[in-house]
Design a protein around this ligand. Structure first.
Ligand code: BGC
Length: 709
C-alpha cells in the first residue's frame, strides 16, 4: 500500500456514516451564506464552491480546527478563461476564441497562469475545461467549447488540463482541472440548454468521448456530469457512461462531481425519482462522488444507508477518491495553496493573454483592404461592440455575474477595439472617429445617422458587431442567430458611403452574418478576446501582426441551416452542391478557414502505407513571413457504419519566411483511422482510405492521397 492509500484508509476507518456523507457534499457558499457555510465546515463537508479569499480561508480554518477529523476542504470556482471574478485577474480569450489559435501551448499557458491566480485566492479547483462540442451553435454555451471537432477539442483540452494541474498537484501553484460536462451537454435537442440529448451510446463513444479520453490520459483529476439525458436516463443517474465507460474503460481515477443541483433535478426537473432520497441513491450508485449544491443529499443518503437502500461501501469508494485527491494536493499539510504572491495580472501572465488574443484573430475575407495603410488621414471605428468591454470579455467574468459586486469591477489594462485602433492611429498621425451607432440588442440606443456622420470622410471604416453577455451562457440559447438590433441597418448605411469597410465580429460564437461579412471589403473574427482582444484586432488591422487564427467552428449562412459542422455523416440527397432548395448546404465560413497577409501553396502529399507516415510540402507564396496551420483529415472509403466525409486527424503550425518551403511529416498508427462499430467497439476496418492535407476543411483547400490498411 502506498503512502496516500494508507493515509486514506486510516482516515476512512475513523469516519462515521455522517462524515462520509458530508465529505461528498459540495456547499454553495454564496447561496447558503456564511453562518450556514461554517456549520457545514464543522460537519465535515468535503467541498465548497463560489467563495474566494478570506471567506474561503475562514471556512478552511473552521473545517480543520473545528470539525471532528479536521479534514481540509476543497474549494471550487468557475475560472473559465482566467480567474474571472477577481478584479485583478488576467482575463484570457474564451475557450472558443483561444481555440482559433490551434496551438496547445497557448492553452497550456492559459491554464497554468489561471491556476496560479486561483491558488493565490486560496482555492484549489477550477470547473474547466468544457469538452462539449459546439455543433448546434444556437446553444448559449458555444463560447465555452473548443469548437465543433472532437480531435481539436481533445488536443486543446488536454493542454489546458496539463497547464492547470502541472506535474505535481502538491506544488502550491497548480490546481485541479474538471473535464465537463460529461457528456454531450451541447447536443441537446434544439440546442435547448440542459434538455434531452439525441444520442446513442455508439454516437457517444464515436463523437463525444474522444476529448474526455484525452483528458483522462492527461491525468484530469475531476469530471463533472451533464444536465442532459441519454435515451431517457439522466447522465447524472447513468452508471453506463459514468461507471462502465468513464471508470471501467477509460480508467479515470479522479472523482466525479455532479453539475449544479443535479440530484434535486432528478426529482424536480427530470422526474425520474420521487424523493431526494431516491435521487441521492441513484446518483451515488451511478458513480457520482461529490454532489454539487444539493445539500439535502447529506441527510438523504444517511437515511438510505440506514434503511438498507444503499450500501455504505458506495460511499466509501466516493470518499476514498475525494480524500486521495486531497492527499495528492498535500492539503492536510498545506490547506491553502500559496500560489505566487503578486501573480494576479502580473506581467508574464498579461503577456500570455496578449499572445493568446493575437493568435485568436481569424481573418476570413480581405479584398485588398488590409492591412490598413499608413498614409490614411482618418479611420472611423463604429459599432456597438467597438467599445464594450463586457461584450469583449464574454461569459464567466465579473460582467456576466448575476449579482456583481461593484467594488470588484475589473481593473485595467484591458483594451477595447476602439482604444486599440485609437492608439494605432495616434502612433501614425491618423485621425480616429468613434461612434456607437446602435445597441445590441434593440431598444436601448440607436443613432445610425450619427454614426454615418462620424464615418464621413474616413479612409477606412472599422465596424464592430456581435452579441452581448445577455445573449450568452446558460439558458441563453438563441433561435435566431442573425445580428440582433439595428446592426444590419447600421452596416447598410455605412456601406452606402462607399468607403472601404472591414467588419469585425466580437461575439460569443458564429452568428449568421450574411452580407455584413460578405459585402464588406474585409471580415475579421475576434470572438471574445479577453483583456487584449481589442488591441489584437487593431494590431491585425494595421498589420502589426499577421493574422494566423483558423476557425475551430463553422459559420452558418442562416439560422435554419444549423447545425452546419463540417464532419457530418453523408446522406444521399446531400451530394456536393445540393442542399436546401432555398440555400446552399455549405457554411458561410468553414471549419479550419482563416487567412493572413501571406499565402500558402501545398503540393507533394504522400502517404506511406507501411509506416503510415504522411508528408506534404507547404510554401509561403506571399511577400511576408506567416504562420500556416497544416490540417490533415481522413475518410474511411467504405465502412460498416456511416462515417464522415472528413475527420480531422492531425495539424501542425509552421512559420515560413516568404518563398520558404517546408515538408511537414505526420506519423499515424492504425488506431487513428478507427471507428466505433454497431457493437460499440472501436475498431479499424481494413480497406481503402483517403488522406487529405491542406489549408482548411474545404474540398478546394485539400490535397488527397489514397491508401489501404
Ligand atoms: C454549470 C457548470 C458550472 C456550475 C458551477 C452550472 O450551472 O453548468 O458549468 O461549473 O454551474 O457554477
Amino acid at each position: 500500500m502506498d503512502r496516500i492509500t494508507a493515509r486514506v484508509e486510516a482516515l476512512l476507518a475513523k469516519m462515521t456514516l455522517e462524515e462520509k456523507a458530508a465529505q461528498m457534499v459540495q456547499v454553495p457558499y454564496a447561496i447558503v451564506g456564511r453562518e450556514e457555510a461554517l456549520r457545514w465546515a464543522r460537519l465535515g463537508a468535503g467541498s465548497f464552491l463560489h467563495v474566494l479569499g478570506d471567506d474561503a480561508r475562514e471556512v478552511q480554518r473552521i473545517a480543520m480546527q473545528e470539525s471532528r477529523l479536521g479534514i481540509p476542504v476543497l474549494f471550487g470556482i468557475d475560472a473559465i478563461h482566467g480567474h474571472g471574478l477577481n478584479a485583478h485577474a488576467t482575463i484570457f480569450p474564451t475557450q472558443l476564441a483561444a481555440a482559433c489559435s490551434w496551438e496547445p501551448e497557448v492553452l497550456r499557458a492559459m491554464g497554468e497562469d489561471t491556476a496560479r491566480e486561483v491558488a493565490t485566492d486560496g482555492l484549489h479547483w477550477t470547473f474547466s475545461p468544457v469538452l462539449c462540442l459546439g455543433r448546434d451553435t444556437r446553444w448559449g454555451r458555444v463560447n465555452e467549447t473548443f469548437g465543433e471537432d472532437p480531435y481539436l477539442a481533445g488536443e486543446l483540452g488536454a493542454a489546458i488540463i496539463r497547464g492547470y494541474q502541472g506535474d505535481d498537484l502538491a506544488d502550491g501553484e497548480h490546481i485541479l482541472a474538471c473535464a465537463k460536462h460529461y457528456i454531450g451537454y451541447g447536443e441537446a435537442v434544439g440546442a435547448r440548454d440542459a434538455c434531452d440529448t439525441e444520442m446513442t451510446y455508439r454516437k457517444l463513444r464515436e463523437v463525444f468521448l474522444p476529448p474526455f479520453k484525452k483528458a483522462v490520459e492527461a491525468g484530469v483529476a475531476s469530471v463533472m456530469t451533464a444536465y442532459g439525458s441519454i435515451d431517457g436516463t439522466p447522465f447524472t443517474a447513468d452508471p453506463v457512461s459514468l461507471r462502465d465507460i468513464l471508470r471501467g474503460e477509460l480508467g479515470f481515477d479522479g472523482f466525479v462531481v455532479t453539475d449544479w443541483d443535479n440530484v434535486n433535478a432528478l426529482v424536480t426537473r427530470q422526474h425520474v425519482a420521487e424523493t431526494v432520497e431516491e435521487a441521492s441513491v441513484m446518483a451515488a450508485r451511478a458513480g457520482n462522488d461529490m454532489i454539487m449544491t444539493t445539500t439535502q443529499f447529506y441527510d438523504a443518503v444517511v437515511r438510505a444507508v440506514r434503511a438498507g437502500a444503499l450500501q455504505e461501501r458506495v460511499l466509501d469508494d466516493a470518499v476514498r477518491r475525494i480524500l486521495s485527491i486531497k492527499c495528492r494536493m498535500n492539503l492536510f499539510e498545506r490547506p491553502e495553496k500559496t500560489g505566487r504572491a503578486g501573480c494576479l495580472g502580473c506581467r508574464a501572465h498579461l503577456a500570455h493573454a496578449r499572445e493568446a488574443a493575437q493568435k485568436s484573430i481569424v481573418l476570413l475575407r480581405n479584398e485588398g483592404m488590409l492591412p490598413l495603410r499608413a498614409g490614411m488621414k482618418k479611420v472611423a471605428v463604429i459599432g456597438p461592440n467597438a467599445d464594450d468591454i463586457r461584450a469583449q470579455y464574454g461569459d464567466w467574468t465579473y460582467f456576466s455575474h448575476p449579482t456583481p459586486n461593484p467594488g470588484h469591477a475589473p481593473v485595467r489594462p484591458y483594451v477595447t477595439v476602439k482604444e486599440g485602433v485609437e492608439a494605432a492611429c495616434a502612433a501614425r498621425g491618423i485621425a480616429c472617429a468613434y461612434h456607437r451607432g446602435c445597441s445590441v440588442p434593440d431598444g436601448e440606443y440607436e443613432d445610425i445617422e450619427g454614426a454615418v456622420a462620424a464615418a464621413k470622410g474616413a479612409d477606412a471604416i472599422v465596424l464592430v458587431v456581435g452579441d452581448v453577455v445577455d445573449q450568452v451562457g446558460e439558458e441563453k440559447d438563441r433561435a435566431d442567430l442573425a445580428l440582433s438590433g439595428k446592426q444590419e441597418a447600421l452596416f447598410d448605411a455605412l456601406r452606402a458611403l462607399g468607403i472601404p469597410l472591414v467588419t469585425v465580429l466580437v461575439a460569443s460564437k458564429p452568428l449568421a452574418l450574411g452580407r455584413v461579412a460578405l459585402a464588406a471589403d474585409a471580415f475579421l473574427c475576434a470572438f471574445n478576446g479577453g483583456m487584449f482582444g481589442g488591441e489584437a484586432v487593431a494590431q491585425a488591422l494595421f498589420g502589426e501582426i499577421n493574422p494566423s487564427g483558423r476557425l475551430p467552428i463553422s459559420f452558418p449562412r442562416h439560422s435554419g441551416q444549423v447545425p452546419v459542422y463540417y464532419n457530418q455523416l453523408p446522406g444521399w440527397h446531400a451530394k456536393p452542391g445540393r442542399g436546401y432548395c432555398d440555400l446552399p448546404r455549405t457554411p458561410l465560413f468553414a471549419f479550419g478557414e482563416g487567412m493572413g497577409y501571406s499565402a500558402f501553396a501545398y503540393d507533394g502529399l504522400t502517404m506511406d502505407e507501411k509506416t503510415l507516415t504522411a508528408s506534404v510540402r507547404v510554401r509561403n507564396t506571399g511577400a511576408q513571413a506567416g504562420t500556416e496551420t497544416v490540417q490533415v483529415y481522413f475518410r474511411d472509403v467504405v465502412s460498416s457504419v456511416l462515417t464522415p466525409d472528413k475527420r480531422l486527424i492531425a495539424f501542425r503550425k509552421v512559420t515560413l519566411e516568404p518563398g520558404e518551403c517546408r515538408t511537414v511529416t505526420f506519423a499515424f498508427d492504425a488506431a487513428d483511422f478507427s471507428l466505433v462499430n454497431r457493437r460499440e467497439q472501436r475498431v479499424t476496418e481494413p480497406g481503402e482510405f483517403e488522406l487529405m492535407a491542406g489549408h482548411s476543411s474545404r474540398d478546394e483547400d485539400l490535397l488527397c492521397a489514397s491508401f489501404r490498411l
